[in-house]
Write a protein that binds this ligand. Sequence first.
Ligand SMILES: NC(=O)C1=CN([C@@H]2O[C@H](COP(=O)(O)OP(=O)(O)OC[C@H]3O[C@@H](n4cnc5c(N)ncnc54)[C@H](OP(=O)(O)O)[C@@H]3O)[C@@H](O)[C@H]2O)C=CC1
Ligand SMILES: N[C@@H](CC=O)C(=O)O
Length: 430
Amino acid sequence: MGQERIIHAALLGAGTVGSGVYKLVKDLEEEIISKTGARLVVDKILVRDTTKAREGIPSELLIDRWDEILNDPQIEIVIEVMGGIRPALTWLEEALRAGKQVVTANKDLLAEYGEHLFDAAEAGKCDLHFEAAVAGAIPIIRPLRQSLVASELTEVMGIVNGTTNYILTRMTEDGMGYEEALALATKLGYAESDPTADVEGYDAGRKVAIMASIAFNSNVTFSQVYTEGITHITAEDIRYAKEFGYVIKLIGMTRLTEGGVEVKVHPMLLPEQHPLSTVRDSFNAVFIHGEACDDAMFMGRGAGQLPTASAVMGDVIDVMRNILHHSCGKIGYGCYRNLPVKSAEDTVSRFFLRIQVTDKPGALANIAGILGNNDVSIAQVVQKRSHDGVAELVIITDPVREKHFNDALSILKGMSVLKEVSGVIRVYGN
Ligand SMILES: NC(=O)C1=CN([C@@H]2O[C@H](COP(=O)(O)OP(=O)(O)OC[C@H]3O[C@@H](n4cnc5c(N)ncnc54)[C@H](OP(=O)(O)O)[C@@H]3O)[C@@H](O)[C@H]2O)C=CC1
Ligand SMILES: N[C@@H](CC=O)C(=O)O
């Protein structure tokens, strides 16, 4: 019998995901040997506060100095699950340039510095894996980078934030208030350390930027993504959506068009029978369309401790196999194109518009006139109720260039007959 091969790893972070990763490393100890031929040992776990007690994590593994990992020649894999841009960027670059393989769940980093990190991976001839950074447990990065690489992909669309999907599900199905639903999502380990990133659509925006870059082989960064969150969605919007046969979801989408890449995140009214409407709680789902592959859909848990840890560990096991077969660093970022990214104003959407107007003859005609003059055609209009001389109008438009809709809305806001714009939400369909 030869000597057992041991692969040493270090974990950066022991929070929600980090403690899940450590648990899987222990639970799968023998399984990993059977699957790879080597034992995985986590030697060091980097945290901010080494004195904090952490369930399931031996305190003797905790350290608070990165150089103890960087300068440890035994450590071959760095698993980064601490989040944030700095110091993660510096540390991962140093790790890759020093020849250490990296697995990360950090979408903030990849969505801004993906190209940068892949340069470092190339310099160190290392693996850089990040399956957990997009849509938690769902395999989506590997399909985009490998399985679907022979298909010219033209569209990626889906629900890619577990926290907001959980909040919208609770608000829709249980009539729960926004704050209570957010507190629950945080307690369940779905939310980011600053949940603003979830509820304002930034987290989904980062994931869509990463998917767009890989799908279209052109670097798209988070700053190029139009983002709108769910904080303005009210119980009233949800009630009206239901009445019209829709469900409200936070949707991330990216399309390859002749004019460039479209990349947006915003709430959307989806028909109740649309497959994404049935994706509830912390589940995520991603639709992909490609020339050769046609339609494909992926669904699963988008957030939470073990679902995310399972994606991280899938990458770690892959990296172990690559180490053992001397085949690390073979798959790069692949952004060989330099496509323009379109402004959201140049994209086309349908809109749901809920406004309060003075209830007097001609008001509706005036509003319809302004919409029409700006190329906004009305598909459906309903006067919901009228009291104290104010009527509520709910309008659903046909597809319109977003700039034209925004122009019309600015003019409407200047009209004395318009008392309030209560809701503007995009609607699925062309
Ligand atoms: N939660 C989820 O469902 C998902 C999370 N992710 C991503 O995984 C990563 C981790 O998320 P999560 O586990 O929820 O985050 P947590 O906030 O629960 O944990 C972060 C951990 O990182 C440590 N840490 C943070 N900054 C530093 C630093 N500068 N130096 C040393 N240690 C540091 C913290 O140490 P200490 O405990 O001492 O403060 C903590 O242990 C993030 O990138 C997140 O976006 C991806 C998919 C899903
Ligand atoms: N906060 C994120 C966690 C996973 O990426 C989410 O809610 O989806």
